[in-house]
Design a binder for this molecule. Structure first.
Ligand SMILES: *[C@@H]1O[C@H](CO)[C@@H](O)[C@H](O)[C@H]1NC(C)=O
Ligand SMILES: *[C@@H]1O[C@H](CO)[C@@H](O)[C@H](O)[C@H]1NC(C)=O
Ligand SMILES: *[C@@H]1O[C@H](CO)[C@@H](O)[C@H](O)[C@H]1NC(C)=O
Length: 572
C-alpha cells in the first residue's frame, strides 16, 4: 500500500484549525418537554435533549467506560475532516486510496476518536493510528476497552483504551491472524474475547494476549453458507448463552458453538422473512436473564433471543436501481436453551432497518434509530424512523409494543446509542455520506448528540425513583455470593414484589448491533426497612461466569418499573 513513500508531498492538510462551523461544543441544557397525564402506568412517552452540537466525530462506534462519566466515540481513520483537531503536532500521515487519486498522501490533523463527558458534553480528542472503520469491541474483565479489526492497516489490529485521565489508545496492528472488517466481538466466561467473521472472512479467533499474535484461526463454513450477493452475514449477532455456548446468527440462520471444544452444538430453525444482519441491519438482543436465589440447583437458565426488522436480501441491489424497499417490520423470538423452541413472530408498529436494540435497566427493550426504507450503505436509506419503540417482553403478545416520542434528527447509517448509568440513552452519529459532508446533501453528517429519556423519567414520577446509597467501588463481588444494596425511597413501606434488582453489562454499539449487552434480574433474598425511607435489599450474585462473564456491571434498583441510577459493580 505504501508503495511510494517518496511522494510524501502533502497535497492536503486536514484540521489545522478547528472548523468554525461548529463553535462551542457545549449546548445549554434545555428543560425536558414533558407530555404526561400522570397516573400509575405513565402516559409520558419520553423526552429528548440536545446535549452537544459537535461531538467532534460522527459516532459510528460508541461505548462507555466503567467508573467514569466517559463515553468513547469514534469513526474511521480515513474519513477526512472531522469536527475536532488532534493536539498540535499530533497529525498523522494517511494514504488516501478512497478518492481514486493514485499515490496521494495527506496530513490528517483531525481526531477520529473522542472521549465524551456524559455530564458536561466536553470532548477530548484521542489518537488512533490504524483504521477503525467498521470494527468491533467490548469491555474486558478489568474495564479496559478491547477493540479489534477495521479496514486496511486496521484489519488485524487489537487496540486497548483505559479510563484514566490522559489515557489514549494503545495499538497492536498485527495481533489477529486474519483481517476482520465488519466482525463481531464477545466476551467469554474466562474473560477472553472471541472475534467472529468479517468481510469474506469465514472464520473466527480468540483475541491473543497483549503483545502476542495469533498464528491461526478457526474456519466457520456457516459464514460462507450464509453469505449472499450483498453479504448479508456481516456483523453476525453473537451472544453468550447461559449454557456457555455461543449463539451466532447470520442472515437468517443461527447456530450454537461451543467455544471450548470449537464444535457446533446444533443449528436452530431458520428465521424467515428476510435478512437480519448487516447490511440489511435488523436488531437483536438477548432478553433479560432471570435468576432465582437457588439457581445453581436448577439445570437450565432460560435464554431468549429477540430479533426485529432488517431488510429484503435484495434491498441493496434495488437501491442501486433507485428503489428503496420498505424495511422488515416483523420480529422473531426464540428460547435458545430449549432445543424444541421455534421462532415466535411478532409485528412492530413500523418497519425498521439500522436501528439499535438496547436493554433498559427495567428489563424492557428499547428500539431506537434507523430508517423505514432501504438498507445500510452510503445514501442507501430513506425515511428515517425517528420514533423509538418500547417492547415489554413479559406482557401479553398483543400489548408488548409502545411508540415513544420521536426525535427531529435523522439517525440512520452509522448512528449509535447506549444506555447511560442514569438510565437515559445517549444517541449520536449518523453519516450516510462518503466522507464527512455537511452541505449540499439530504442527510448531512451528524455530529450532534442527544439524550433520550425513556417513559420512566416522567416528571410526575420523580418521587417514586429509588436512589442507591451503596458504593461498590474497589470491591469485587464473587459469583453466587449474597450482597446488599442500600437505597432510599420516599415511602414508609416497600413490598419486595414491587422491587427488582438488575445488573447490566454495557455494550459496544456499532452498525445497529450492541455487542456484549446483557441484563440479569437478580434473585432477592431479603428486604429490610432500616430507617425513614432507607431500605436494604439482599440479592444473590449470578451463579457463574457463563451466566455473567467477569467484569463491570451497572446495578439498578427498580421500583414499580422506575429504575434508580446505576452503580458500578465488578464481578469476578
Ligand atoms: C486489563 O485487561 C487488559 C485486556 O485483557 C490487559 O491488557 C491489561 O493489562 C489489564 N490491565 C490491568 C491493569 O490488569
Ligand atoms: C434464507 O436466506 C437465503 C439467502 O438470502 C435465502 O436464499 C433463503 O430462501 C432464506 N430462507 C428462508 C426460509 O427464508
Ligand atoms: C458532499 O456531497 C455532495 C453531493 O454528493 C458533493 O457534491 C460534495 O462534493 C460533497 N462534499 C464533500 C466535502 O465531500
Amino acid at each position: 500500500m505504501l508503495k511510494s513513500l517518496t511522494l510524501l508531498s502533502l497535497f492536503f492538510t486536514y484540521c489545522l484549525t478547528q472548523p468554525s462551523l461548529f463553535g462551542n461544543s457545549r449546548v445549554t441544557k434545555t428543560p425536558l418537554i414533558a407530555i404526561y397525564n400522570g397516573g400509575d402506568d405513565t402516559e409520558y412517552r419520553g423526552g429528548w435533549e440536545l446535549v452537544s452540537e459537535n461531538a467532534g466525530v460522527s459516532a459510528m462506534h460508541m461505548t462507555i467506560l466503567p467508573n467514569s462519566n466517559k463515553a468513547i466515540m469514534f469513526d474511521a481513520a480515513g474519513f477526512g475532516p472531522s469536527g475536532i483537531s488532534l493536539p498540535p503536532g499530533d497529525c498523522r500521515q494517511v494514504f488516501n486510496e478512497r478518492d481514486g487519486y493514485e499515490d496521494q498522501f495527506e496530513l490528517d490533523c483531525c481526531a477520529h476518536a473522542v472521549e465524551f463527558n456524559i455530564d458536561t458534553a466536553d470532548i477530548r480528542p484521542l489518537k488512533i493510528l490504524t483504521d477503525t472503520w467498521s470494527s468491533c469491541g467490548g469491555l474486558s474483565a478489568n474495564g479496559t476497552l478491547v477493540q479489534t479489526g477495521g479496514w486496511g492497516d486496521g484489519g488485524r489490529s487489537v487496540r486497548y483504551l483505559s479510563g484514566c485521565k490522559a489515557c489514549d489508545w494503545e495499538e497492536h496492528p498485527m495481533s489477529l491472524s486474519a483481517s476482520r472488517w465488519f466482525s463481531t466481538q464477545h466476551i467469554l466466561p474466562n474473560g477472553d474475547f472471541i472475534v467472529i467473521g468479517g468481510r469474506r472472512m469465514f472464520s473466527y479467533e480468540y483475541v491473543p494476549k497483549v503483545e502476542s499474535s495469533n498464528q491461526m484461526y478457526f474456519l466457520l463454513p456457516f459464514l460462507q453458507e450464509t453469505t449472499d450477493p450483498v453479504e448479508n452475514n456481516l456483523y453476525p449477532f453473537v451472544f453468550l448463552s447461559t449454557d456457555g455456548n455461543i449463539f451466532i446468527f447470520a442472515n437468517n440462520r443461527s447456530i450454537l458453538l461451543n467455544p471450548t471444544t470449537n464444535k457446533i452444538i446444533r443449528e436452530l430453525p431458520v428465521l424467515d422473512g428476510g435478512s437480519r444482519n448487516y447490511p440489511s441491519s435488523g436488531m437483536a438482543t438477548l432478553l433479560p436473564i432471570k435468576l432465582n436465589v437457588n439457581d445453581p440447583n436448577s439445570n437450565v437458565i432460560r435464554a431468549e433471543i429477540l430479533i426485529c426488522g432488517g431488510a429484503d436480501p435484495r434491498a441493496g441491489k434495488l437501491v442501486e436501481k433507485g428503489i428503496f424497499v420498505t424495511a422488515l417490520q416483523n420480529c422473531g423470538r426464540i428460547d435458545i436453551t430449549n432445543p424444541k423452541s421455534t421462532w415466535q413472530k411478532e409485528m412492530m408498529p413500523t418497519p425498521r432497518t439500522m436501528g439499535d436494540m438496547l436493554i433498559l435497566p427495567t428489563g424492557d427493550i428499547l428500539m431506537i434509530n434507523g430508517a423505514k426504507k432501504g438498507t445500510s450503505g452510503w445514501n442507501f436509506a430513506e425515511d428515517a424512523n425517528s420514533t423509538p419503540l418500547l417492547y415489554k417482553p413479559d406482557y401479553p403478545e398483543t400489548q408488548r409494543f409502545m411508540e415513544l416520542k420521536a426525535t427531529t434528527i435523522p439517525r440512520m447509517y452509522g448512528s449509535t446509542s447506549i444506555v447511560l448509568p442514569d438510565g437515559n440513552i445517549l444517541v449520536a452519529g449518523s453519516n450516510t455520506n462518503y466522507y464527512y459532508n455537511f452541505t449540499g446533501v439530504k442527510y448531512p453528517t451528524e455530529l450532534r448528540v442527544e439524550k433520550f429519556y425513556p417513559p420512566y423519567f416522567d416528571p410526575l414520577l420523580v418521587f417514586a425513583r429509588p436512589t442507591i446509597v451503596s458504593d461498590y467501588k474497589g470491591i469485587m463481588v464473587k459469583y453466587q455470593s449474597n450482597f446488599v444494596i442500600e437505597f432510599k425511597l420516599k415511602k414508609y413501606k416497600v413490598n419486595h414484589l414491587d422491587l427488582k434488582v438488575t445488573m447490566y453489562a454495557p455494550p459496544f454499539t456499532t452498525h445497529g448491533f450492541s455487542m456484549g449487552q446483557r441484563l440479569l434480574v437478580l434473585g432477592i433474598k431479603g428486604l429490610e426497612n432500616v430507617g425513614l425511607g432507607l431500605f436494604q435489599i439482599e440479592v444473590v450474585a449470578p451463579p457463574m461466569a457463563k451466566i455473567a462473564p467477569p467484569g463491570f456491571y451497572l446495578v439498578f434498583v427498580v421500583h414499580n418499573g422506575i429504575p434508580s441510577s446505576g452503580i458500578w459493580l465488578q464481578i469476578a
